[in-house]
Design a protein around this ligand. Sequence first.
Ligand code: NAP
Length: 485
Amino acid sequence: MGKYDLPQVETHLYINGKWLEGSEGTVDVVNPATGETLASVQQGGEKETKEAIEAANKAFEGWSRTAPSERAKLMNKMADLVEEDSERLAKIMTMEQGKPLAQATAEIQTNVENLRWNAAQGQRIMGEIIPSPEGKQWQARKQPVGVVGAITPWNFPSNMIIRKISPAIAAGCTVILKPAKSTPLSALALMELFHKAGFPDGVVNIVMGDSSTIGKILSESDDIQKITFTGSTEVGQILNEQAAPTLKKVSMELGGHAPFIIFPDADVELAVDTLIKTKFINNGQVCTSPNRIFIHKEIKEQATKLIVEKIREVTVGNGLDDPTTGPLINEEGVKKVEEQLEDAVAKGAEILAGGHRLTDGEYANGFFFEPTVLDGVKKEMDIFYNETFGPVIPIITFEDEEQVIKDANDTIFGLASYFFATNIHTINNVSNKLQYGMVGVNDTTISNSATPFGGVKHSGFGRENGTFGVEEYVEVKFVTIASEK
Ligand code: NAP
């Protein structure tokens, strides 16, 4: 196989342990680096979604009663298969999503960790024996929620899936997955491995197709007990509304607009290095990407100079050629960045580096954009309030600690936030007052298998990863047992 050839991968729906053609034709998957069509993927609709719901309900009976140690055995086998197949999985991801191969490989490794972590945790979902009056025994039992509908985005097309499926199946739930239409191949490659690992039919199912049709059926069905969604706030609101009449459990991992604050006592080099590394993960198309860079005026000149120097070292290209960063996902993604920059410049911001779409040579047919630094960002600019899903570093100057906390919190979002400081009072004060689900202090590695990931405000609710992640797939049942005298 050539360097630029797509590895073999399934294109069918996977329901009840079988690979099926869909009733709604096919949709092409496009490589965002080259514009070429990689594959045509089968599409289902109402019929297939209902079949998957039936299969997952049937499978729940057996899977929920399977010993946790047996479930763990299969999950660890799945982890081994993912690890062994990581080269193929990473290449598929790079080709359909655009991120550099090294980042895709790291995402696959995160899947392995996630599967192993949850396999272990599934065996430690403990209930409680509660002190009770004589003659009674009180128990709080933990039981799997039931059938889970999972809807995932394109930006982490493999890990967003495993993050949901592993705690769900570890807890004894069964799953119907609807992946994003631009990146179904990574999802299908995972389904192949679930099949190969030997999970019982119906435990894990995938339906590709029109998202609003499938989303509506999953969220409105009384045969689904939980919806877990990662994606935009707008779609999260729709799903939440549709799920409300059946009062099912819902978890929402939605948009973000992370502040990244550099205080005057910070290690400026460390802060800038970390900023550049974090910003160019997935070319800025990350819900936790640093999106509003607040720099204290005392160190503004030094930090800005470093940012501009370092951004010039960022290489852009086809993810298979080992660049720092790849293309954006599609034309719409490029347009959004262009519009935000145009609006900011018209309102007085200054572009210090980059600022344009890349169109020549190897870039001609893809969705590439220059790594960009924007200075003088103000609240009247769209970029201050709206999530940037692209390679832009917007700089805002601040003078006062309390004011920058207020400005950092001045957003509907509340997912990730970061700041760099050394003064213990600043560290305590700012980490207390930032209204975010996650705060990175001199650190941006906020996503780990063992630690809670999620947001507040319009970034959603519920947590993924760690013990909190598994609890999302568990119900507490109180049992009182009266013993006869
Ligand atoms: P999106 O448009 O909301 O799509 C996400 C998923 O929802 C896709 O599978 C999409 O399917 C589906 N969808 C779209 N409309 C739907 C509807 N009416 N009913 C049911 N499902 C529907 O988001 P995106 O552009 O793919 O992803 C980027 C967003 O995700 C950003 O806002 C980012 O911040 C957020 N995100 C959040 C987290 C987190 O953990 N908080 C992580 C990653 C990304 P189709 O693709 O088939 O339309």
